[in-house]
Each structure stands twice: as structure tokens, then as C-alpha cells.
Write a protein that binds this ligand. Structure first.
Ligand code: AHR
Length: 633
């Protein structure tokens, strides 16, 4: 096979946003994941206020006979976080307290330091909090004593150092002495967070995101945007300000799948919209927020905001733009400034609605879109085609969107690997004049074994790599793409496959992660013509290929995918490249398509580097392999 590439003829620009990230709080991606808080239900606001907590000593009966630990509601003074624990200790000789189980336990690292904090009010007597880290057996591996001194609500804090590394530890708080106090917002964070921020994000997980070099971060989803009902939709204004005052929200993945129930899944919103914008800034990605369009999830209630009453939704969108981009003395810009960021975040795009369909969606989209266009014509609008990649609803969406002309149109496809191979030419025939595509959620869904990570096997990742040659080739139509979902806790997931798996201490990159990373770090700036026998290379003999030009480094970048089980030989005839050149090659491959990475075996499928001497262009690619070749011009 002869493959022809013309390095002298850069065709179309590849957008810097081409490869991005989709973030949604699913699979314990935020609380219990990226948001480094170790305490579950720190404010006692879950449906059942003691969820995640255990009394010490454990009551012999189901009942709290002595009323030493009770819950009461402080709704007048603290409407968004009303519940408080009252500790009433009448016998100084006895030890009482509570334990928190964390999110499937708490990960502690030997020698690492942890910040404990709470809000406390001493009503009478003398009480000291003995705060302890416990290992899996319940032994104390870190301790600090903090006296309660203030008769009015005051913050208390202490630092604990773990003496052991533990995957499933716990936090214990004992109350010593005699007296009565009220306590709320019981929190424990590692000090070693991303950028060392207090109450910040988990460092290893953010590093994995930064290493993807994403062009954008889509947030907060996903179906979370919509809510099962409108009351449960994601409301960005409720995620700002002092963390302890942010109202917690039922997580729609809590009950979504009966085979993976997660009754303890709520959103603390500690990772809210400010932290999201800050994360984008940290990792050099553009923010792409997606907002509710006034239509709750159509797989759930389909609750609709009446068309004549859309004002709150329109205002939410306008206010978000001001929060992100407005001057520090504007109403919402000043909220941003008060949280520590007077400079604008420079948001350029906003999405209205997630996976919605039907005229009910387009009517609501249009109302919000018009208001944004009038006030902020520079903002690019994203609209969606719904959950299906083809079919009646997709066709209707295409028609409506041709009329509405959003800047970008969001398409989703979760499909078997074969679909990705068959659809590598999907965008070759798209109308160039219509709108640009944001492939905002996609992943190949192969079959797996009984291990959840096994669905992130090489078969899926290889199919994605092949499909992505078609995204790149069509960079004049496809402006943005993101794999979904992003994160999953190995024991607390609801949906798989996912890009990054983690437990309480470690995280691993899946083969799909490496595919995304190889594309994003070798995106190039323009496409180059590449063909065989005058045809695009999209499945002939199991081969897929694309070519890009990097104007910054003056390099040709080839991506070649061999999905067949045979070695393939070819002549790479690259016009404009010297035969004396040496190319760097990165190879991602596995011996079997069922191979996957896991926490105990993280390196089963990972990139390896080599070189290729161009000479007469003779090139060979092994079976089931994805390669990225870079050659200096
Ligand atoms: O990525 C998981 C879910 O898939 C998203 O929440 C939703 O948009 C899609 O159905």
C-alpha cells in the first residue's frame, strides 16, 4: 500500500479546542473524587442526617437512648445548611463521639498531613475534641486534641499526621470532659492538594487532567445539568461563596440505575463554578459550561418550565457570563472578585441544555439564545442534538439547528467499537456551511468481564483512535471533542467505561486516556492531505490514518491505526520531507483487544517511544496498533 502525504499543503486549521474534557459528577467524580474532602455528609444534610456517620460507642439498640448525640435544625440562622449535631455529655468518665466512614473509606498516606476543621459552639461545661485518624482495623494512626472554647459559633481546626498508609481509614471524633456543644461542617482534607490549596482538589487527579493538555473543560455535565426534576437541576449560583453555606443537592446518579444504587450520593458543591473556572485556568483549558434550558431530564420527569416563565433560566445564563467575564465591580463580577479572582476568566462559549429533544427543547433554547446574542454577541452558543447519533430525533434536531444556527452543535454517541470503525467517515459528508460540531460525549462501549475497568479495554480505545482520524480529517467541521465520562471510583461507579479510574489513594489512565492524550499532545495546527489511491484512509485493510502540520514546531504529524490482526507494510511517501529525516514514533498497542489497565496492573497498555528512519519511506505497523509519527520538515 502506498500512502501519500503532502507536507507542502496545509489545508485547514485545527482548532485549539479540538481535544477537551467532559466533567460530570457521576461515579463519585466530584465528592469522593476530584474534590479532596474526605468526610462524607460533613454538614449532616443528607436525606438521613447520620448517613456516613456512626456513634461511638455504637448504641446497643437502634435507638439513641441517652440523647447524647442528637440532630436539630438551625433553619432560621442557616437556611442552606440547617442541621447541627448537639453533643450532650453528662458523664465525664465515659467516652462518646462519632466516626465518619468517608467515601468507601478514607485514603491516608504515611507521613502526610491532614487538616481537620469544624464549626463548634460550647453551650456549657468543658469539652475537648479528640480527633483521630483510624486505620482499617480501627487503630489510631494520627491524633490531635482541640478544646472547645467559644460560646458562639466559631471555627476550630487541627492538623493530623498519618503514621500509616491506609486505603480505607476513618475519622473519629471523641468528646472528652462534661458539657454540651453544637457541632457542624466536620471536615478533613489532605494538605497535599493540587497547588496546595486549602480545601482543594485531589492532586493526582488534576495532574492527570493537566497531562491531557485539554483545549476545554465541559462542566457540569451531562444529565446532572438537567436534574430528574427542575428543582434538582444544577444551579450554578448555589455553588458559589463560602463552602459551608452551599446548599447540598441530591445527585441524580444516586438512584438512576437500580443495578448500581448509590444512596449516599449527594453533591456538596464544594467543587462549584468558581473552582471549575479556576481549574480551567490552571490547566490552560477554555471553560465550556452547560446550563439548564428549563427542561428536566427527558429520560426522567420531563418537567418543563412554562415558556412564558423562562426568565429565571435566561437570567441565569446572562448572570453566568457576567460572573465569568464581567468587571470586578459588576454585580456578578464582584462575586467572582470576592472569591479571589478580580480578573475575568475569559469564557467564550456556553451550552444551553444537555441531551434534550423535541420542539420543547428548541423553543426554550431559542429564548435563552436570543437573550444572550443581544447582550453578549461575542459568546458562542452550543445547542444539542439529544442522546441519539442518528434517527428521527437526530434528524429533527438537524433541521431545527440549521434554522437556529448555533455556533456549535453537540452530538453524543456511546456505541459498540464496530460503530466507531464504521463511522470514521461520519463527518466527511457533513454540510460545511451549516454549523460546527462539538462531539461532546462519546466512548466506545465494548463488552467487559466482571471487573468494571475491563470495559476500558484496548478494543474500545483502538476503535476510538481509528474514529478520531476522521475527526481530525474533518477539522473544518469538527471544532471540539470530548470522551465521556471522565472519572470513576473503582468501588462506587454507576457508569462504565470511563477515562480515568481511581481508588482512595491511586488513579490510573485507561487505554482510552492514552489515545486522547496522544491526539491532544500531537494535535498540530492544520490538516494535511493524506490518501491511498486517491482515497481517504478509513478502513481499507483495517487501516485508518490522518495527517497534520504543526506550524509552531514545523513538523508533520501522522496518526496511523491498524485495527487488523496482521502486520501491515506500506510506503509512506511524504512530499516535502527529506529522505534523511528521522521521525519520532509513539506506539500504543496491546497483544489482545481485551487488555486493560487497573490499579494493580496500571501499565498493561501504555505508550512507548521509538524512531523511524524515513529513507525510502518503507513503513511497517504491527497488528492492533495506534502510532503517532512526528517528522521535522
Ligand atoms: O456521560 C454519562 C451520561 O451520558 C451523561 O450524563 C449524559 O449526558 C449521557 O446520557
Amino acid at each position: 500500500m502506498k500512502v501519500e502525504v503532502d507536507a507542502n499543503r496545509p489545508l485547514i486549521p485545527i482548532q485549539p479546542t479540538m481535544y477537551g474534557i467532559f466533567f460530570e459528577d457521576i461515579n463519585f467524580a466530584a465528592d469522593g473524587g476530584l474534590y479532596a474532602e474526605l468526610v462524607k455528609n460533613r454538614s449532616f444534610e443528607f436525606e438521613y442526617p447520620w448517613m456516613g456517620w456512626k456513634h461511638v460507642p455504637e448504641s446497643e439498640t437502634r435507638y439513641n437512648i441517652r440523647n447524647e448525640l442528637t440532630i436539630y435544625s438551625n433553619a432560621k440562622t442557616s437556611p442552606t445548611n440547617p442541621k447541627v449535631v448537639r453533643v450532650d455529655k453528662r458523664d465525664a468518665s465515659k467516652s462518646i463521639g462519632f466516626q465518619n466512614e468517608g467515601f468507601d473509606g478514607m485514603g491516608f498516606k504515611a507521613g502526610s498531613r491532614y487538616d481537620f476543621s469544624a464549626k463548634v459552639r460550647l453551650n456549657r461545661g468543658n469539652l475537648t475534641l479528640r480527633v483521630q485518624l483510624l486505620n482499617t482495623q480501627g487503630d489510631v494512626i494520627g491524633s490531635v486534641d482541640i478544646p472547645a472554647t467559644s460560646a458562639s459559633w466559631s471555627p476550630i481546626s487541627g492538623v493530623l499526621t498519618a503514621s500509616e498508609t491506609v486505603q480505607k481509614g476513618k475519622l473519629q471524633v471523641l468528646f472528652l470532659g462534661e458539657g454540651q456543644l453544637d457541632i457542624d461542617v466536620v471536615s478533613l482534607f489532605p494538605q497535599d492538594t493540587w497547588k496546595g490549596r486549602k480545601g482543594g482538589l485531589r492532586k493526582d487527579l488534576v495532574q492527570k487532567l493537566a497531562d491531557l493538555k485539554p483545549g476545554f473543560v465541559r462542566f457540569p455535565g451531562g444529565c446532572i445539568v438537567e436534574g430528574r426534576t427542575l428543582a434538582e437541576r444544577y444551579q450554578w449560583k448555589k455553588t458559589l461563596g463560602v463552602v459551608e453555606n452551599r446548599e447540598i443537592l441530591f445527585n441524580r446518579w444516586n438512584k438512576e440505575f437500580s443495578h448500581r444504587p448509590a444512596p449516599d450520593y449527594f453533591q456538596s458543591n464544594g467543587l462549584g463554578f468558581f473552582e471549575y473556572f479556576q481549574l480551567c485556568e490552571d490547566i490552560g483549558a477554555q471553560p465550556v459550561p452547560i446550563l439548564s434550558c428549563g427542561l428536566a431530564c427527558q429520560f426522567n420527569s420531563s418537567e418543563m418550565q412554562p415558556l412564558e416563565d423562562m426568565e429565571p433560566y435566561i437570567q441565569d445564563a446572562l448572570d453566568l457570563i457576567e460572573f465569568a467575564n464581567g468587571p470586578a465591580d459588576s454585580p456578578w463580577g464582584s462575586v467572582r472578585a470576592s472569591m479571589g479572582h478580580p480578573e475575568p476568566f475569559g469564557m467564550k462559549m456556553i451550552g444551553i441544555g444537555n441531551e434534550q429533544w423535541g420542539e420543547e427543547y428548541f423553543e426554550r433554547y431559542e429564548l435563552i439564545a436570543k437573550a444572550i446574542q443581544v447582550r453578549y454577541p461575542e459568546i458562542q452558543l452550543i445547542s444539542g442534538t439529544g442522546p441519539f447519533a442518528e434517527g428521527e430525533l437526530f434528524d429533527m434536531a438537524e433541521k431545527e439547528l440549521t434554522r437556529l444556527k448555533p455556533a456549535l452543535v453537540d452530538e453524543h454517541y456511546y456505541k459498540p467499537p464496530q460503530w466507531f470503525l464504521d463511522n470514521a467517515k461520519r463527518y466527511d459528508t457533513y454540510d460545511r456551511q451549516r454549523y460546527k460540531i462539538f462531539a461532546g460525549e462519546y466512548a466506545a462501549h465494548p463488552k467487559g468481564s466482571d471487573r468494571p475497568e475491563s470495559r476500558n479495554n484496548w478494543e474500545g480505545a483502538l476503535a476510538e483512535a481509528a474514529f478520531m482520524t476522521g475527526l481530525e480529517r474533518n477539522a473544518d467541521v469538527v471544532y471540539m471533542t470530548s470522551y465521556a465520562p471522565l472519572f470513576a471510583h473503582v468501588n462506587k461507579w454507576q457508569w462504565n467505561p470511563d477515562l480515568i479510574w481511581f481508588d482512595n489513594l491511586e488513579s490510573i489512565a485507561t487505554p482510552s486516556y492514552y489515545v486522547q492524550q496522544l491526539y491532544a499532545t500531537n494535535a498540530g495546527t492544520h490538516t494535511l492531505p493524506i490518501s491511498s489511491n486517491g482515497q481517504v484512509i478509513a478502513g481499507q485493510s483495517g487501516l485508518y490514518a490522518s495527517a497534520a502540520w504543526d506550524a509552531k514546531t514545523q513538523e508533520v504529524i501522522l496518526k496511523i491505526v491498524n485495527t487488523s490482526t496482521e502486520n501491515k507494510n506500506m510506503i509512506l511517501d511524504i512530499r516535502g520531507i527529506s529522505k534523511k529525516s528521522t521521525a519520532s514514533v509513539q506506539t500504543l498497542k496491546a497483544d489482545q483487544i481485551t487488555q486493560f489497565n487497573s490499579i494493580d496492573r496500571p501499565g498493561q497498555v501504555k505508550p512507548a517511544s521509538s524512531v523511524w528512519e524515513v529513507k525510502n519511506g518503507s513503513y511497517s505497523i504491527s497488528p492492533l496498533t495506534f502510532q503517532v509519527i512526528r517528522i521535522k520538515k
